[in-house]
Design a protein around this ligand. Structure first.
Ligand code: ADP
Length: 174
């Protein structure tokens, strides 16, 4: 049985086959987890690897090597910005679908790259302002939906705060 766990950590320190980056559409680096990953992997190497990829659409993910990270691969996923003030329920559902799609695409990349372990940050819950509880539900559900036949044996939800870790633990216990 594959294991799913919540871990309180800096994702750049994890020894897994792939870590996921909460990237932006330009794939040129940024703040938050993206900045931490660029610094730890090696900025120049990572920017050289993402330059030919032509950016990444929201809801999609693209792979690069991990360079100086303990992780072999980085899957750069672009989550939705939570800006539903004008779009109402339809905009929220669109954001939900795009967030679920990030996790889905990363599980596909994990299968394609033969990864047995993968660590996800809480995509979109930082500067992109997606509500953390709602994001965690979509994260856990999408990963569970994609596990069968993926070859992935260990999934880490890498949390950067104790509050986020508590959210994931309660969902994983259900
Ligand atoms: P987004 O733009 O997708 O919202 P952020 O990087 O702003 O991305 O935040 C996404 C999540 O990653 C937040 O929950 C933030 O606390 C967390 N985070 C920031 N740095 C790290 C890190 N080094 N390791 C793991 N998670 C991190």
């Amino acid at each position: 049985m594959p294991t799913l766990e919540a871990v309180l950590a800096d994702i750049t320190t994890l020894h897994v086959d792939a870590i996921v980056n909460a990237a932006n559409t330009k794939l040129k680096g940024g703040g938050g987890v993206d900045g931490a990953i660029h610094r730890a992997a090696g900025k120049a190497e990572l920017l050289a690897a993402t330059a030919p990829l032509g950016g990444c659409a929201t809801g999609d993910a693209k792979a690069t090597p991990g360079f100086r990270l303990p992780a072999t691969w980085i899957f750069h996923a672009v989550g939705p910005v939570w800006s539903v003030s004008r779009g109402g329920e339809a905009a929220m559902q669109k954001a939900d679908r795009l967030l679920a799609s990030c996790y889905h695409r990363c599980m596909e990349l994990a299968r394609e790259h033969g990864c047995r372990s993968i660590a996800f940050p809480a995509i979109s819950t930082g500067v992109y302002r997606f509500p953390p509880e709602r994001a965690a539900r979509f994260a856990v559900q999408s990963v569970r939906d994609q596990l069968a036949g993926s070859g992935v044996e260990r999934v880490i939800f890498c949390c950067f705060s104790e509050a986020t870790a508590r959210l994931y633990r309660s969902l994983l216990d259900q």
